[in-house]
Design a protein around this ligand. Structure first.
Ligand code: SRM
Ligand code: SF4
Length: 570
């Protein structure tokens, strides 16, 4: 037996144990205008309430300007026009006049000063949405395939997802107390020191937990990158249950091989009525077995990797008291959105609008924020749906409204056809600068320019008009899921990116590092030979990501191995 003492739990664990209501001193800080920011401890607690403390990194040279980012919890990204108007108002009044659609079907407000925080969260709650558990060591916003086109079963899938939303929501009294009643909980009161969440206990999860529902053949939510994924099984037009995927995650750190990207394993099939039991089982496996000593190793994916999918499956069976049955067949064909006007199965129309990098704003000639605001005011019966590709879908539109809606959007420069070129339409970027404290390189602000340059190159090489899924992030955390892209740029330092190649079109393959560092300035020099080889050597219709996996990556690995062998000889 080892005499080594067990590793101490991480600081976040101590904090949660100390204040299990997660109240911190948030209400007291909010009420004190002299305090411009939250304390270091409260920075951790506010996350559970959907808030991140940030500073404007463009202004750092002249001193820190403290701001907060607020993330909504919007199950399945579904909003009424009234809720959209509320969010639009709040962004105008208290934020930086933009709404940022996230890769998990939510909306973030950036650039909010502390005084705006209370009104924003209060009004979001009055609109019947929330920010509780949008961040923190809990189940996050549950994502659901948003497209209403393919099957009537979507309504049932959405209904099931809401059962899981409720079942996995934390029950702390602090959220209501702070944001609705404006009262600081007495942290010494026995009911608060002993507060125990019925599902999460006193210390919640070791780390964040993500859940997604998808409806094949669309894998538009990248289901395999979630801790818990439900893949709808529809037989004879009827939703019969789900294939269960467990243990995905993308977060990693540069130069730390102990952290890695992982796709979820598909463990078995469950009938619809077990959807909540299984969610609780998987979440509590994370709660009970996740690593609480090292936050870099605390996600469920490491439990699944280290204990194995068979163990996880047996543990789920044990916790639910029923047995997952054999995986039913499923097939994914795409991860993207269907832009423009489409017909849903119920005969109504839906319109998918491209939003570059998810940022809804007004710019000269393209006033998307104003356009969507007017749509919400003039068409109160439609539904807003945020997509996992950072776009907006307007759904439930009768034939009689189609032309008026198209015309309204056009008056603000928002087109419904040919909205973006093929490469822009298939791209995503995380926010990074100037708001994200973890960003190492530009992402959202760099992506449009990078794509324009790649488009020029594609033209020169003779592959213009071919779709390539391109995603950028400012650091290795993976917020825009760059590790699923055919070309992923992962920030390392200002103007420098790791180059990842080889994702595929249906979100079922991770990409791999092709080159440790490339300079943004050298983009053309780096990509030209790769695109040229693709053009010359691809098989009929072969996508760039598939070609990279078949040819470019094996060649690069072989060259690296040969160089290593040569190096060890000399
Ligand atoms: Fe993320 C942290 C933005 C989806 C993995 N993410 C952050 C923070 C909050 C930075 C921070 O901790 O200070 C970023 C805020 C930037 C800003 O200024 O707004 C941030 N993440 C985002 C969003 C807004 C990116 C976007 O382009 O939309 C997405 C918000 C989703 C939502 O509505 O809930 C977002 N983040 C993701 C995803 C993709 C997904 O879930 O589908 C991932 C990879 C999947 C995964 O979780 O494995 C992701 N974010 C991370 C990580 C790495 C976690 C890990 O396991 O190591 C961090 C860092 C952390 O948690 O310590 C992080
Ligand atoms: Fe920030 Fe990194 Fe996430 Fe981009 S990937 S938003 S830089 S944490």
């Amino acid at each position: 037996m080892s005499d080594k003492p067990p590793a101490p739990v991480s600081k976040n664990e101590v904090l949660k144990q100390r204040i299990p209501t997660l109240a911190g001193n948030i209400a007291a800080t909010l009420a004190d205008p002299a305090m411009e920011k939250f304390s270091e401890d409260d920075e951790q607690f506010i996350k559970f309430h959907g808030i991140y403390q940030q500073d404007d990194r463009d202004l750092r040279k002249t001193g820190k300007k403290w701001l907060v980012m607020i993330r909504g919890r919007i199950p399945g990204g579904v909003m009424t026009p009234k809720q959209w108007i509320t969010f639009d108002d709040l962004a105008t009044q208290y934020g930086n006049n933009t709404l940022r659609i996230t890769t998990r079907q939510s909306i973030q407000f950036h650039g909010v000063v502390k005084a705006g925080l209370g009104p924003i969260i209060k009004r979001i709650n009055e609109s019947m949405l929330s920010t509780l558990a949008a961040c923190g060591d809990v189940n996050r916003n549950i994502t659901v395939s948003p497209t209403p086109a393919t099957t009537k079963a979507r309504a049932e899938v959405f209904a099931d997802s809401l059962l899981v939303v409720d079942a996995l929501a934390p029950k702390t009294p602090a959220y209501h107390s702070i944001w609705v009643d404006n009262v600081q909980l007495n942290l010494d009161a026995p009911e608060n020191t002993t507060f125990t969440d019925p599902l999460y206990g006193q210390t919640y999860l070791p780390r964040k937990f993500k859940t997604s529902f998808v409806i094949p053949p669309s894998n538009d939510m990248d289901v395999f990158t979630n801790d818990l994924g439900y893949i709808a099984v529809i037989e004879g037009g009827k939703l019969v249950g789900y294939n269960l995927a467990v243990g995905g995650g993308l977060g990693r750190s540069h130069s730390n091989d102990q952290t890695y990207t992982r796709l979820a394993d598909v463990l078995g099939f469950l009938p619809r009525e077990k959807v909540v039991d299984v969610a609780r089982a998987v979440l509590t496996i994370h709660r009970d077995f996740g690593d609480r000593t090292n936050r870099k190793h605390a996600r469920l994916k490491y439990v699944v990797q280290e204990r194995g999918p068979v163990w996880v499956r047996e543990e789920i069976d044990r916790r639910t008291g029923f047995t997952l049955t054999a995986v039913r067949s499923f097939r994914f064909t795409s991860t993207g959105d269907t832009y423009g006007w489409n017909r849903a199965v119920d005969g109504s129309n839906f319109l998918t609008l491209f939003v570059q990098t998810g940022r809804i704003k007004d710019v000269a000639g393209h006033a998307m924020k104003t356009a969507l605001r007017e749509v919400a005011e003039k068409f109160p019966q439609l539904e807003f749906r945020l997509s996992g590709n950072q776009n907006v879908i307007l759904a439930n539109i009768p034939d009689t409204d189609r032309d008026a809606l198209t015309a309204l959007l056009a008056t603000h420069g928002v087109q419904t056809e040919n909205q973006a070129s093929v490469l822009h339409a298939a791209s995503m970027a995380c926010p990074s600068m100037p708001t994200c404290g973890l960003g190492l390189a530009e992402s959202e602000r760099a992506l449009p320019g990078l794509i324009n340059r790649i488009e020029k190159l594609a033209m020169e090489v003779g592959v213009a008009g071919e779709e390539i899924i391109i995603r950028t992030t400012g650091c290795p955390n993976g917020c825009a899921r760059p590790y699923m892209a055919e070309i992923g740029f992962v920030g390392k330092a200002p103007g420098k990116y790791q180059l990842w190649l080889g994702g595929n079109a249906n979100g079922m393959r991770l990409n791999q590092v092709f080159k440790e560092t490339i300079k943004e300035a050298d983009l053309e020099t780096e990509l030209r030979p790769l695109l040229t080889r693709w053009k010359a050597k691809r098989t009929a219709g072969e996508r760039f990501g598939d070609f990279a996996t078949r040819v470019l990556l094996p060649e690069a690995f072989a060259a690296a191995a040969a160089a290593k062998a040569e190096g060890s000889k000399s």
